[in-house]
Design a protein around this ligand. Structure first.
Ligand SMILES: [Zn+2]
Length: 429
């Protein structure tokens, strides 16, 4: 789609390039791509962003966006009780409310400067409609599990393949193969899903070692921990993005590094569900595993807020290790941007502000009370430790302004909110 040219003038650009440069520069966007960083002349649309920071759009590396209609439905329980409740609600869902949940979740993400999300759910054809209409970028994984466990009509694997075939190549839609987890996926299902991802050249996404119960249960039935077992059956590969990774041994992490697996760390969800305090993220990063940051679904997080996720990530690891330097602001900001893109195999296209890349950006108001004082040398710290969603002024996805001066310009936000409130009532009765 040709959106014309757009110039963001006079801001501080947190490029997230290889040198992590922060530049006082204009950014020119043409045909959905960043074409110039520096002093820019005229453009079809010019926005004065002086007093603002221009950052790469944040990447939410793991969520279930449609579950936003289930916010607050199963709090203060562990994962097993949580899944019992949410599976029951999942079975009641209709195409309309799946789409509406995705619209509501996308609103929340766009308002926070998040421009891409990785999703795992069924009904992705409905979610894709919401993504198309609202203007966000979706990495949409149709969830696959053994047929005996699913509420989907037909074979989950065939549904996934159909979804990929009908959506590959559409603007801002990146279909992929998702798997619920080893507790509902046999070796046969896992390997067929991997084969599908290779045949269609898509990302492969799974929940991995989220809880001790998952690890011990798998050990009891197979004699092996989940990541060890997935390695031995030949499932681990460089297309795989594994969410959670809360309970891994060094040996498992080495196998993941050797096979090119990436991870999505979801600290808030892990803490809230009391799934684990132990996610060995610094060790994974030391092994070179790309680690992105994900909110997980709204029914466990309860927000799709990457700012909260970033700050929590930093605090969690510092507190756990008694080491304030173990998870720096720069490292966490990397996870939400360029490392997140690397985890998705998209670092040539997304995650930094560099010429030639897709124009997914957010503009942060540095005059917001929560951001004052900001200078070049504390900008990244303020982004990670102080920034919040209402500091985000504009959000640009694929070169198109989706939020301008905090107004969503693509869909009627009030209408989505009213319908979401009404439509979700049935889940709470
Ligand atoms: Zn999840």
């Amino acid at each position: 789609m040709d959106c014309g040219s757009l110039a963001l003038k006079g801001g501080w650009v947190a490029t997230q390039n290889a040198d992590r440069e922060i530049l006082k520069a204009d950014v020119l966007i043409e045909n959905g791509r960043i074409t110039q960083i520096g002093e820019v002349g005229s453009a079809d649309e010019v926005i004065d962003v002086s007093g603002c920071a221009v950052i790469p759009g944040l990447i939410n590396a793991h969520t279930h966006v449609s579950m936003t209609l289930m916010r607050g439905i199963a709090d203060d329980v562990n994962l097993e009780k949580f899944l019992e409740k949410t599976f029951k609600v999942d079975a009641m869902r209709t195409p309309d409310d799946i789409r509406l949940g995705a619209e509501l979740g996308s609103l929340e993400m766009l308002r926070s400067g998040c421009t891409s999300f990785v999703d795992m759910y069924y009904g992705q054809n409905e979610i894709a409609k919401a993504v198309t209409d609202i203007g966000i970028r979706g990495f949409l994984g149709w969830v696959v599990l053994d047929e005996q466990f699913t509420t989907q009509k037909g074979s989950p694997l065939a549904n996934c393949e159909n979804f990929i075939d009908s959506h590959k190549g559409l603007e801002r839609i990146h279909p992929l193969v998702a798997l619920q987890g080893v507790y509902v996926c046999s070796e046969d299902t896992l390997l067929k899903a991997k084969d599908l991802a290779y045949r269609k050249d898509t990302l492969l996404h799974i929940h991995l070692s989220e809880t001790r119960k998952e690890v011990y249960g798998h050990q009891a039935s197979t004699g092996k921990r989940p990541a060890d077992w997935l390695h031995d059956i030949g499932f681990l590969c460089d297309k795989l993005l594994a969410a959670h990774c809360a309970w891994l041994t060094m040996d498992e992490m080495r196998k993941m590094a050797e096979t090119g697996v990436s991870a999505a760390h979801c600290p808030v969800s892990n803490m809230k569900l009391a799934s684990g305090f132990e996610a060995p993220i610094p060790e994974m990063q030391a092994l070179g595993i790309p680690v992105g940051l994900g909110t997980d679904g709204c029914s466990s997080q309860n927000r799709l807020d990457m700012w909260g996720e970033m700050k929590t990530c930093a605090l969690l690891h510092k507190a756990q290790r008694l080491d304030a330097s173990v998870m720096s602001a720069q490292r966490v900001f990397d996870m939400a941007t360029i490392e997140g893109a690397r985890a998705l195999g998209m670092d040539r296209e997304l995650g930094s502000i560099e010429t030639g890349k897709m124009a997914d950006l957010a503009v942060i108001d540095m005059k917001h009370p929560a951001m004052v004082p900001t200078f070049q040398n504390n900008l990244i710290s303020n982004l990670v430790y102080s920034c919040q969603s209402d500091c985000v002024l504009h959000t640009v996805v694929n070169g198109r302004i989706v939020m301008k001066n905090r107004n969503i310009v693509t869909l009627d936000e009030g209408n989505i909110i009213t319908r979401a409130q009404n439509m979700s009532e049935k889940f709470f009765l």
